[in-house]
Design a protein around this ligand. Sequence first.
Ligand code: HEC
Ligand code: HEC
Length: 302
Amino acid sequence: MQPWIKRTALAAGVLAAVITGSLGATILVSDSKMQRTVHIPSHPIALKNDADSIARGRYLYQTKGCADCHGNDGGGHVFVDDPETGMRVSGANISGSSQSRVFRYQADDWDRTIRHGVKPDGTPLIFMPSEDFARLSDPDLEDLVAYVRQLPAVNTQPAQWQLPLPVRVLYALGVVQDSAAKIDHSLPPQPAIPAAVTVEYGEYLAQSCKGCHGPHLTGGAIPGAPPAWPAAADLTPGEQGALMHYPDVESFRAMLRSGRRPDGSAISNVMPFAALAQMNDTDSAALFLYLKTLPPVVASNR
Ligand code: HEC
Ligand code: HEC
């Protein structure tokens, strides 16, 4: 063998060892992150079962996207199926079944999972976007739970929750974070805000847009998303922002209900239209009012 070939082979071997070594280490880091314990002080919620709470809870279950991932029946629904990365994820079974994850839930476990992204055993949830629900008020959380708790038993195959290797590397490096890492667990629960066409209530509703559209709703690539997903739109009323397409609340509401822009073009169904289409007139008007008050993005503050 020519010496230079030997040297190259050796170099390649060393490089391969370094890569596999660090990949192994990366996987260990990602595993230990997934198995870490996050302590959430107990905050039991009132467990309700009156008809009004269940009705409001059903509305929240539909419009907050719970149904998109957990299915209308709570049995779990596949919401990522990406042949490119082999990533296939479904929501957990949260129905009344004895196989359901919530079967043995105590009154404080609902707060822990839904608002903090932490399972009853203290380990973080990985896929569930709890940061979108972290600022739900106690009354809304209680109504939501009243609805979930009365879902009849559905028995489903236990779901598989595996992060594809590239995402695990990003997770280990902290580029992609789980919800529990993103949520400020020290904040007291959001006080109840009356459902009305106000900027305040619109801001409350927009909490569940931030997981994708970013903490300031300025849009951009969604961290950890499959490569096929488009970047989320800028929702500020700046010139480059998508809000420019919507001169009035009617056009905004029509977009939420149809998944199309005023020019008829389709918006990616990464936007949770199944949920947003069911938003009532008060909610869509409050959201629109709030988005219009955001500081517009200009090149310098992006
Ligand atoms: C984008 C998809 C998605 C949305 C939206 C979503 N979930 Fe989940 N949820 C999941 C997945 C996936 C899991 C289980 C695995 C994980 O995340 O680690 C889960 C787990 C849960 C669990 C069980 C946690 C446990 O293991 O003890 C509960 C309870 C739950 N979700 C309730 C809700 C409710 C209520 C909503 C709506 C406010 C909701 N989820 C919205 C995907 C979602
Ligand atoms: C699961 C991620 C996700 C969530 C949650 C989400 N969006 Fe989006 N949204 C997107 C993506 C991705 C796009 C870009 C779609 C495209 O380019 O086709 C988008 C686009 C938009 C647009 C631009 C439409 C246009 O005219 O081009 C608006 C407006 C919008 N979202 C509003 C919202 C609001 C309001 C919420 C919360 C109530 C929300 N989105 C929640 C992912 C999301």
